[in-house]
Design a protein around this ligand. Structure first.
Ligand code: ADP
Ligand code: ZN
Length: 632
């Protein structure tokens, strides 16, 4: 372990000593290797002549070679069969070069430096590079976190970080916490699980946008279980230590196993674990692949039964990860750590204001309302910023005005990185998602609504409506496909009906709706455009990607297909718009609640619709079971 650690710390030892030794070596080298003049034409006897004498020599072609410096000219000639160097003081005259050309005497420039300036020319870039290297090395140390990979200090390895963080330090994200509680219990009582024969996951992937508390959660797991926490960041060590990635991974696991039960945390695992297929042929791939392979080998190489080590990894791009990483026995569990909703933000603010002296007028609800779309880290920043503002103004406590200003500042600074949703967007998204939710609830064959949110999930642009399919669907009936189309169109339709203007937010919905109808024609033989004739070869999966294979049908069929798709979309759209207008009141209630809470549960959606129907004596609902064949 200790030997292994050495090459990882190339800068260990006193950097000043290294610089001093290095400098002396360079000076000596130059002193030995570099005679004064530092240029060609150095050997032989020298003689100083005037410029005009030199020109005469050139005219008579009595010199063989000329070197021109800034103030000096050197020429090489022969006298009595002996090589001689003429030193000439340069004068302001530009006939020399044409003359040399005419006489066909080779000439070149030289720089009149001595060994000292030459040496400086070498040393400066070397110092810059060394400095940069040290800078990066020190940054590495920071990234490695809390001295686990400290400057080759073996003692620090034993004192691996034992985080004091607890679950209570992480506000909101209840679901994510519930998912990892089990791991804490396992780390506390590994034998209990071993006796029963329960398999605890080795690897858990924490998925979510930056700053949502993935690292915090991982630390809290270690803190709650009171076990050491070993961490590293995928990106930093791949970039900084070429060739050492694999050995770093090995070290990490070795340390963790020695300290088991323990937690390993790999931040930004996508930097190592990017899909080999998707990664392309970019250079440096080799390095990453080696590191990835080492990681896979380590994950396979230990069994949690004997040494309870749990590997947590964080990413905001799970889709780019190599499938090998996600196989059973590796990171086969995913926990979503998402951006907080309104209540979540209030909770997070509460956690972070503990250390701040608050004025009486501070209203956390208002701050939470102003910060829709921001992550926990952004909120922590805002509180700190507000405290700084108050401090600068020499106030005794932080006021609401400080918070408002801090929100404005941080939002200006965040720009696109962590997008806040403006009230205007909130309104559009609220109608859009309510439309989806209502149509999904009312349409036979559509998946029921689990949750509606106007906070973007993961990397998505808008809010989301989470559906739970009633059962796993291997087969879909025709009316279910149409129901799906209706639900997809309903977001746009709601914008259209209630706001009178449509936005770009529906593009993905429209694409998917189009794909479904296309597949109904060309793949499932469900329409009279081509009857039972399949126009498409087998594709990877249902609605996966566009139409890959080339057309194997006539132009006329293609045209009919386009017409059919367009007409079907149009008529479904009209149907959905009509339904939404009929249920306007219900939608308005949902929008209002979404605006306030940002998230509403599926059960609440059903209640709102039921209340509305009772009030208006609606007994039978419109359903999507229509024969779309008849519509073309
Ligand atoms: P990630 O690893 O997801 O990028 P971090 O765990 O590094 O995010 O979060 C950065 C900081 O933001 C945390 O140290 C904490 O101060 C704050 N933070 C983020 N999410 C939360 C949360 N849910 N509750 C409390 N603080 C949070
Ligand atoms: Zn939508």
């Amino acid at each position: 372990m200790k030997q292994n650690n050495k090459p990882n710390n190339p800068m260990s030892g006193n950097p000043i000593v290294i610089f001093a030794i290095f400098t002396i070596i360079v000076i000596l080298a130059f002193k030995l290797l570099s005679p004064s003049g530092g240029s060609l034409l150095n050997s032989g006897t020298t003689q100083t002549i005037s410029y005009y004498e030199l020109k005469k020599l050139i005219e008579n072609k009595e010199v063989e070679q000329v070197a021109i410096g800034q103030t000096m000219i050197k020429a090489q000639g022969t006298q009595n069969g002996q090589k001689i160097i003429y030193n000439v003081r340069k004068v302001n005259d530009n006939t020399l070069v044409p003359l040399l050309d005419a006489k066909e005497i080779p000439y070149s420039g030289f720089s009149e430096s001595n060994w000292f300036t030459d040496m400086l020319g070498w040393l400066v870039p070397v110092f810059i590079i060394l400095g940069l290297w040290m800078f990066m090395a020190s940054r590495m140390q920071k990234n490695m976190g809390n001295g686990i990979f400290g400057m080759g200090n073996a003692k620090k390895l034993v004192n691996a970080e034992k985080p004091k963080v607890r679950f209570d330090d992480m506000a909101g994200n209840k679901e994510a916490k519930e998912e990892v509680v089990e791991i804490v219990d396992f780390l506390k009582h590994p034998d209990r699980y071993a006796t029963i024969g329960a398999k605890i996951p080795k690897g858990v992937l924490l998925v979510g946008p930056p700053g949502t508390g993935k690292t915090l959660l991982a630390k809290a797991v270690a803190g709650e279980a009171n076990v050491p926490f070993f961490s590293m960041s995928g990106s930093s060590f791949i970039e900084m230590f070429v060739g050492l990635g694999a050995s770093r991974v090995r070290d990490l696991f070795e340390m963790a196993k020695k300290e088991a039960p323990s937690i390993i945390f790999i931040d930004e695992i996508d930097a190592i674990g990017k899909s080999r297929a998707a990664g392309g042929m970019i250079s440096g791939n080799d390095e990453r692949e080696q590191t990835l392979n080492q990681l896979l080998a380590e994950m396979d190489g230990f069994s949690s039964d004997s040494s309870p080590v749990i590997v947590l990894a964080a990413t905001n791009r799970p889709e780019v990860l190599d499938q090998a990483l996600l196989r059973p026995g590796r990171f086969d569990r995913q926990v979503l750590v998402d951006k907080p909703d309104f209540n979540g933000r209030v909770e997070i603010l509460k956690v972070h204001i503990k250390s701040v002296k608050l004025g009486r007028d501070v209203d956390l609800q208002e701050i939470a309302r102003l910060t829709a779309g921001l992550a926990g880290a952004d909120l922590a920043n805002i509180i700190n910023e507000a405290a700084l503002l108050a401090g600068r103004a020499n106030k005794q406590e932080v006021t609401q005005q400080d918070f408002r200003e801090a929100v404005e500042r941080s939002i200006a600074g965040l720009e696109k990185k962590s997008r806040r949703i403006s009230p205007k967007e909130k309104k559009i998204v609220a109608y859009h998602e309510s439309g989806h939710a209502v149509i999904a609830e009312m349409t036979e064959g559509a998946s029921k609504v689990n949750k509606v949110s106007i906070i973007p999930r993961g990397m998505a642009a808008l809010g989301y409506t989470l559906h739970t399919p009633e059962e796993n669907r291997y087969l879909m009936q025709k009316h279910e496909l149409i129901a799906e189309v209706d639900v997809l169109l309903s977001g746009r339709a709601a914008e259209d009906v209630f706001l009178g203007e449509i936005s770009t937010g529906a593009s993905n919905d429209l694409e998917r709706a189009t794909d479904i109808i296309k597949a109904m024609i060309s793949y499932y033989g469900m329409t009279n455009v081509s009857g039972l004739m399949v126009l498409e070869k087998q594709r990877n999966s249902f609605l996966n990607g566009g139409m890959g294979s080339p057309r194997e049908f006539s132009e006329k069929t293609a045209e009919e297909m386009d017409m059919f798709i367009k007409n079907t979309l149009d008529s479904r759209y009209e149907f959905v718009k009509q339904t939404l207008s009929d249920y306007k009141e219900a939608i308005e209630i949902m929008v209002k609640e979404l605006f306030e809470k940002e998230v509403i549960e599926g059960s609440r959606v059903r209640d709102i619709i039921a209340e509305f129907e009772t009030k208006n004596n609606i007994e039978t609902r419109l359903v999507a079971r229509e024969q779309i064949d008849d519509e073309d």
